[in-house]
Design a protein around this ligand. Structure first.
Ligand SMILES: C[S@@+](CC[C@H](N)C(=O)[O-])C[C@H]1O[C@@H](n2cnc3c(N)ncnc32)[C@H](O)[C@@H]1O
Length: 270
């Protein structure tokens, strides 16, 4: 476990200000949050009622994407940036059920995620897990520290689920993804989920404004055109960029899950 630098964009921590990792945990039905997180989270829900559905759809996407990567795609190394608080079916649990030798490095900059990181370090004996307390604004430092656990001469699945939306400047966010993907070889994969005000997410605009006035870190939504920029030079895998709820989803009683305003996609580095 390593801590490479202080967090940026999150100067305030503790129980006085709502934090994304803890509010996300609240929306997922978890208990690792403070009253202020529940208060702000519930207010967001009152403005944007499908946010809980978005959070659950995002986690279900994580399960499907990691099962695909660890199985069919043969990936056994994962770099999960913006991990969130430990919950059911963390990346290493999903990957190691498919391939017990999978190696996973988690990265987050929330102090409470760091405090709970031990729950992410429960690797199989054949595989490995590590946690790096670091800010996604510093991809080169993340890669440097991840090399203690991952072999960057072999393919790595880079995962940024619900975290690039906290990098407010799109050019900077695209540059971060570019640096990460430049550090991994051909055959590596990129997995992203990201909120949007498209796909019926118009109600998200006011909820995000409320979030930015009352919680940390500040968030932004992105359009399909902006989201597509993250995959420049990569081969998007079927079905391309869709609502994460629909990415390789199995119909239940003949019905696909409802669309949520959160893009999801997986791409391969050629
Ligand atoms: C919406 S949660 C998503 C958690 C998990 N990836 C998932 O999809 O369920 C976003 C996570 O990104 C983390 N995060 C936000 N900004 C970050 C940054 N600049 N560097 C690292 N992590 C960040 C937050 O602390 C939070 O845990």
């Amino acid at each position: 476990m390593s801590e490479n630098r202080p967090s940026e964009g999150q100067p305030i921590s503790g129980p006085d200000v709502a934090h994304n990792a803890r509010v996300w945990n609240h929306w997922l039905g978890g208990k690792d949050n403070y009253p202020i997180d529940r208060k702000v989270g519930d207010h967001v829900t009152s403005m944007f009622p499908s946010i809980g559905e978005v959070a659950r759809a995002d986690r279900e996407f994580l399960g499907r994407a990691v099962r695909f990567l660890a199985g069919e795609a043969g990936m056994d190394q994962f770099l999960d940036i913006g991990t969130g608080l430990p919950t059911a079916d963390n990346t290493h649990e999903v990957a190691q059920r498919v391939n017990p030798a999978s190696r996973i490095v988690y990265v987050d900059n929330d102090p409470l995620v760091l405090a709970h990181a031990r729950a992410l370090l429960t690797s199989t004996p054949e595989g490995a897990t590590d946690y790096i307390h670091a800010d996604a604004h510093h991809p080169d430092a993340i890669v440097r520290d991840a090399k203690a656990t991952l072999d960057f001469d072999r393919p790595v699945a880079v995962m940024l689920l619900g975290s690039l939306n906290f990098i407010l400047d799109t050019d900077i966010a695209v540059d971060i993804v570019g640096r990460l993907m430049a550090a991994v070889p051909s055959g590596s994969h990129l997995v992203i989920t990201h909120p949007t005000t498209e796909l019926g997410g118009e109600g998200n605009v006011d909820a995000m404004r409320f979030w930015n006035e009352n919680a940390t870190p500040p968030i932004t939504a992105r359009s399909l055109a902006e989201f597509t920029r993250f995959f420049a030079g990569l081969d998007l895998l079927d079905p391309g960029i869709v609502s994460c709820a629909r990415w390789r989803a199995t119909p239940v009683d003949g019905e696909l899950p409802s669309i949520v305003p959160q893009f999801g996609a997986v791409a391969r580095k050629p």
